[in-house]
Design a protein around this ligand. Structure first.
Ligand code: BEZ
Length: 211
């Protein structure tokens, strides 16, 4: 099934390293990030899981739960956990879904048959508190993801969810943002009391409103 931005994230119940969970119920009112790994005991995945674990507090601060998936079973994940802690210096501290039958991977179209018809690619989905898909990323198995970028886009998504703003190229938390074109100049003066710079009618910059 192809997943588009704005779709409701498909719900599922699955075995994980933290027991059986139902995705929507587990998310509750939080934001969520679901990301796939091609296979257990593989090098890039080992580094990614260690990095997500090491930075989990930053996701917690953003009211965001993280959950991984790999197409092996939970017993295999539990054996792999020791290697992750040993080599990456951070122990798995979020659930990892056992998806040996590819049920969840198929639901989220995580298996792309051209590169490989059994392993997942590196998919990542950001889900909002309304359970809708806010962002998708797809990397090939050979390229590890960038946690800084995942946190950066999460900050942008959360900001746009609260204020009528968009974030410019290479934006980082704390930098100026773009006022949405649906907001008139008059409205902008009250909604963005720190003021704004008008470079063009369609390009108005304002200090990040929640800082
Ligand atoms: C890895 O995680 O290193 C990996 C997994 C599957 C294919 C290629 C690389």
């Amino acid at each position: 099934m192809t997943i588009h931005l704005g779709d409701v994230a498909p719900d599922f119940t699955a075995q994980t390293t933290e027991g059986v969970l139902s995705f929507h119920e587990w998310l509750g009112e939080s934001w969520g990030i679901l990301f796939s790994h091609p296979k257990d005991f593989t090098p890039v995945c080992t580094t990614e899981l260690g990095a997500f674990a090491a930075r989990k507090a930053e996701f917690d601060q953003r009211n965001t739960k993280i959950i991984g998936l790999s197409v092996d079973d939970v017993e295999s994940h539990n054996r792999w956990k020791g290697d992750i802690a040993e080599t990456q210096g951070a122990a798995l501290n979020f659930p990892l879904i056992g998806d040996e039958d590819h049920r969840v991977a198929d639901l989220y179209d995580m298996i792309h048959p051209q590169p490989n018809d059994t392993l997942t690619v590196r998919s990542l989905f950001v889900v909002g508190p309304d359970k809708k898909i806010k962002l998708t990323l797809t990397y090939p198995a050979s390229t590890g993801r960038n946690i800084d970028e995942v946190i950066r886009v999460l900050d942008s998504l959360q900001l746009s969810a609260s204020y009528a703003v968009a974030t410019p190229v290479n934006w980082r938390d704390g930098e100026d943002v773009i006022i949405s074109n649906s907001v008139s100049d008059e409205e902008a003066r009250t909604r963005f009391p720190k003021g704004f710079r008008k470079l063009k009618d369609y390009l108005r910059l304002t200090p990040q409103p929640n800082k």
